[in-house]
Ligand binder design. Sequence first.
Ligand code: DAH
Length: 330
Amino acid sequence: MDNLAAKIEAAEDLKTLEEVRIGIFGKKGVLAAEFARMKEIPNEEKRAFAQKLNTEKAKLTQLFEAKKMALEAKAIEEEMAADAVDVTMYHGHSSAGALHPVQETMNRMIDYFVALNFSVEEGPFVEDDFHNFEALNLPAHHPARDMQDTFYLKDGHVLRTHTSPVQIRTMQRQKPPIRMISPGSVFRRDFDLTHTPMFHQVEVLMVDEEGKISFANLKWILEDFLRYMFGDVKVRFRPSFFPFTEPSAEVDISCIFCAGKGCRVCSHTGWLEVLGSGMVDPNVFKAVGYEGVSGYAFGLGVERFAMLIHRIGDLRSLFEGDVRLLEQFR
Ligand code: DAH
């Protein structure tokens, strides 16, 4: 029996050890054969024989378990050594990432407003009717609701069609004066060269005591902001309509491709429309319980800015996740 312990000790890997185990402890193993000999042992010696055998078996089991643990640890170590990665090794093909042009454009916008002490606010993507429409002076059945191809959820909620509801949420939460922007994703049922079902807007809102904020403030900040984004451009205000502002204006910049001379991009008008703006409609203030205040608001599409700045023709290419596109913006 002594050589059984030696056999266990001699096993150099788990496979050999398993063979040894079967030879000793298996159904047809040495121990089974020894126990089978009980029959031939005279009765008065049976007890001593069995005791000796059991002690031997316990010793061998202990030895086997210890060996098994040692060999397993050794196997893991060998595997780890074989898999080792040299993280310091130079690799000529490693490449740096780049910000997505939409994110980069949005960051630039945020930088501008944060420098002027605007706070950055967020709101939910799944909005209720009140915040997305009603409080923004867009009551049910108002024809202007059709301007926005809304995704409706079964429970009456919507995917927000613009970042304007964050105006409402911020005013409900805070007292005037308010100076905020809200960058984020918005959703509309639209898909073509210049529209994707998900895109990004930045909403801007400034509110203070009645008379403190006028259209002149709106005009100043828009001219300053648009020159910060596009360089030396002319800025033009066109009377327009939005339910949440009165008066409202759409804002154009002189075409950055032809310097206003007229080209294909600006449809030979010399101007590019870039955002919507206006003085906050009294009904919006009423909806949030504000009195004796005035303010301006504007909202813009980040993709539109990114496409103009980077001369991207097809908006959809921004969302295909093709690294060859992103590599151009490093
Ligand atoms: N919410 C408008 C849209 O999604 C953009 C907008 C226009 C926001 C005028 C404003 C505004 O705050 O005054 O098309």
